[in-house]
Write a protein that binds this ligand. Structure first.
Ligand SMILES: CC(C)(COP(=O)(O)OP(=O)(O)OC[C@H]1O[C@@H](n2cnc3c(N)ncnc32)[C@H](O)[C@@H]1OP(=O)(O)O)[C@@H](O)C(=O)NCCC(=O)NCCS
Length: 221
């Protein structure tokens, strides 16, 4: 670190690579998780992450972190559209599609960032048909295995709900594999089960697994 540049300044400048709005911070504390827009929580020995809304340009510069996050989720056996092994080229192609969707104005991407590393991410696909502009689909909630059970998944979802309301989207829909940790998280956040479709997606184990559709109508906070 160059003389005269504090650690905080250095981290701030690395974080700025993640693009535009900083929409929340969290730490290993319940109140920080319940209120992702809370006042920054900084304490000795406690790591702090920040939640950013990504713009398309910055996604290119930080692609390696997002590729690693997706590869980790797929390697963990998560049902996120791919089966392992996921090579870096396919992962990069996926994020290039996300970049196009953000640029097209029909996708929101949030990332939890800690000291320059992407620990987790979630997306909201904004329905564009004229009769569906109140609706969005939650997609690809992922937290790196090294960072799970720190409340990051919950904080990302709460931040995404705030972003959805700002985009005038009051009905959120999603699907996930029944029995996965994600289903527990969504139920805990108030998502209702709409129904289960059997044999919906190929798993890492080679079986066809069910998916459960869920939804939540947001109250303006
Ligand atoms: C689902 C996932 C995002 C959760 O992220 P996380 O940061 O570990 O979750 P949090 O620490 O915020 O947990 C919030 C709540 O979710 C539930 N939860 C999370 N992990 C759980 C687990 N392994 N078992 C049971 N409940 C779990 C709990 O209710 C938890 O609250 P608690 O800690 O007070 O008990 C993470 O496990 C993941 O990335 N999984 C792989 C990807 C995936 O399946 N995504 C869903 C696609 S639809």
């Amino acid at each position: 670190m160059s003389k005269g540049v504090s650690k905080a300044d250095s981290e701030r400048s690395r974080l700025s690579n993640f693009g535009n709005a900083l929409i929340g911070r969290g730490g290993c504390r319940d109140d920080a998780l319940a209120a992702p827009r809370a006042t920054p929580f900084v304490a000795r020995g406690v790591s702090v992450y920040e939640i950013h809304m990504l713009n398309p340009d910055r996604l290119d510069e930080t692609a390696a972190s997002f590729v690693a996050l997706l590869q980790d989720a797929v390697a963990s056996g998560a049902s996120v559209g791919f089966v392992p092994p996921l090579d870096a080229r396919d992962a990069r192609a996926y994020w290039a599609g996300v970049k196009d969707a953000i640029a097209g104005g029909n996708r929101i991407l949030l990332a939890a960032v800690e000291q320059g590393d992407v620990l987790g991410a979630v997306q909201l696909d904004l329905a564009m048909m004229p009769n569906a502009r109140h609706r969005g689909e939650v997609m690809k909630l992922m937290v790196h295995r090294a960072a799970r059970r720190r409340g990051i998944g919950k904080a990302l979802m709460l931040a995404l709900e705030d972003a959805a309301l700002r985009a005038n989207r009051r009905l959120l829909v999603l699907d996930t594999r029944p029995g996965d940790p994600a289903e527990q998280l969504y139920l805990a956040l108030g998502y209702a089960r709409a129904g289960v479709i059997p044999r919906y997606a190929l798993s890492a184990a080679g079986t066809l697994d069910a998916t459960v559709y869920m939804y939540r109508e947001l109250d303006p906070r």
